[in-house]
Design a protein around this ligand. Structure first.
Ligand code: ADP
Ligand code: MG
Ligand code: MG
Length: 479
């Protein structure tokens, strides 16, 4: 793998004494500004520790950053159209639905709600499009995936650049701060929830966050609540698990979702994107109840279905983008960010994709219809998995994606409890751009790009889950 380097913002390594000194400052800054998480190993609700972060902002090419920013409204609208094209969703997902129970359950809810008559035609999307740079092509942007549910870290990564700025000043390099872009992801994402609340337009209505049993990423979630409360003091926010929603809500005769005597205006899912979050039929019943209601869902279930890997792969097929977007320059700009994406359906093209991957497994990633990290298959395991699934319908639950080879950057990863000073390590960064959209099939009320996040992982890790300790929150330094 030829992976050249992007130059760091400062000459590295830092001298040891300086490094130890600024890390202590950075950690305290982080703790005192909510760059934190709850500890999975020694869980204690009263204790928040630093979220893993990168000490100095990581380099990212400015032109590619701007390209991602400019494309976001285009991608928002594309996904909105995809989500409202029933026939396309059905055709695209049909084979995966046969073998993927989770996606099938979501799809069944969608069918049920449609057959009963949709009681809320507005959807709210708080999206995040993720990218790696493809080094062999000259460090151009390639889309990793498009998240339509529970897109996280908008809040923490809105605060983090201020830490990087503080550290740069402490190191006597305040002049470099001009290369760090503003990030207003938190207020932008919250503005979407507030606008949806206003469109719902019912006095006394409330906002409901659907949360996990235990929220480890509590800072990121709570900041949304604080921000909304500050901007709109009258808006009450509840946090409930799907099981609590099952027990504590009901639909009234107007199909309003009633919680604690209040109609729910907006349901914001920070949970509900993976099978483990539906341990019993109660959670599915709760999801169905919410989807039947007049509440504006973030995301609505068809937005969630449009966010599947299978849809991402289908969009890369010949003529598909043109069907949704026409054949103008926007279409070719979107096509440019796609990397090779292949169906593994049980047909001729699926067969060809299997052959191609078996011949050169290292070139690909195998992805199931899952969210939240840790589900993909890499390297030689791609060959093992495809050999095992070759003659089984199970393979239709996956897509095959060309592996993106990002450039390396050097940096210091700061993790809770890790020895100080940490080694200078090779890292790779993944950029996420946040978007907000609100609309019905016929009309889009708002559509904008609202901010970014950078997540950086050890270069030799396949994935960079922040909670898993392989990834860390970061800020871009534009080159
Ligand atoms: P999830 O929805 O679980 O986050 P992703 O598609 O984002 O799924 O994959 C998880 C991680 O795997 C990404 O953050 C990235 O680090 C890595 N990854 C995914 N696709 C590719 C790819 N095509 N090339 C290289 N790395 C990838
Ligand atoms: Mg995802
Ligand atoms: Mg991802």
């Amino acid at each position: 793998m030829s992976q050249a380097r992007l130059a760091p913002c400062l000459q590295l390594p830092l001298e040891n004494k300086t490094l130890v000194n600024v890390i202590e400052k950075a950690k305290d800054w982080a703790l005192m500004h909510g760059v934190g998480m709850r500890d999975k190993k020694h869980f204690n609700k009263d204790v928040i520790q630093i979220a893993p972060f990168i000490l100095l902002p990581s380099p990212f090419p400015k032109t590619e950053f701007m390209k991602a920013v400019e494309l976001q409204p285009v991608l928002n609208e594309l996904m909105h159209k995809v989500a409202h094209d029933d026939e396309f969703l059905e055709q695209t997902l049909q084979n995966a639905l046969q073998v993927d129970e989770f996606t099938a359950n979501l799809y069944d809810i969608w069918l049920k709600v449609k057959n009963e008559g949709i009681s809320q035609s507005l959807s709210l999307g708080l999206f995040r499009s993720d990218y790696l740079l493809q080094h062999p092509d000259g460090n151009v942007l390639k889309q990793v995936e498009f998240n339509t549910i529970a897109s996280s870290f908008g809040a923490i990564t809105s605060h983090l650049p201020n830490m990087s700025r503080y550290i740069l000043r402490q190191l006597g390099h305040g002049d470099l701060i001009k290369n760090m872009p503003e990030n207003r992801a938190l207020s932008g994402l919250c503005s979407g929830i507030i606008e949806a609340f206003d469109l719902f337009g019912v006095l006394n209505a409330v906002v409901l966050f659907v949360v996990e049993e235990v929220s480890y990423n509590i800072c990121d979630q709570r900041f949304h609540e604080f921000e909304i409360s500050e901007k709109r003091p009258e808006i009450q926010i509840y946090r409930k698990t799907l099981n609590e929603i099952y027990e504590e809500t009901e639909l009234n005769d107007k199909k309003q979702l009633i919680l604690d005597g209040h109609p729910v205006a907006v349901v914001y899912y920070r949970s509900g994107y993976e099978p483990a979050q539906y341990p019993t039929a109660r959670e599915w019943d709760a999801r169905l109840r919410v989807e039947r209601s007049t509440a504006i869902k973030c995301p609505s279930i068809h937005y969630q279905l449009a966010g599947t890997k299978k849809v991402q792969q289908a969009l890369a097929g010949p003529g598909v983008l043109e069907k949704f977007m026409g054949s103008g320059t926007s279409t070719s700009r979107v096509r440019d960010i796609f990397t090779g994406l292949y169906s593994l359906d049980f047909d001729e093209s699926g067969e060809r994709a299997v052959e191609m991957a078996l011949a050169d497994a290292e070139r690909f990633v195998l992805k199931p219809q899952r969210e939240g990290g840790g589900n993909n298959v890499y390297g030689s395991e791609v060959r093992d998995a495809l050999t095992r699934m070759r003659h089984s319908r199970e393979r239709a639950a996956y897509i095959l994606m060309e592996r993106i080879l990002p450039p390396l950057v050097s940096g210091y990863m700061i993790r809770p409890g890790a020895p100080v000073p940490p080694p200078l390590v090779d890292l790779v960064s993944e950029l996420g751009i946040f978007g907000v959209i609100i609309g019905t099939k016929e009309k889009i009320y708002c559509n904008r790009q609202v901010g970014h996040m950078l997540r950086t992982k050890l270069a030799d890790a396949n994935e960079g889950g922040v909670a898993a300790g392989l990834g860390a929150l970061d800020s871009p330094y534009l080159l």
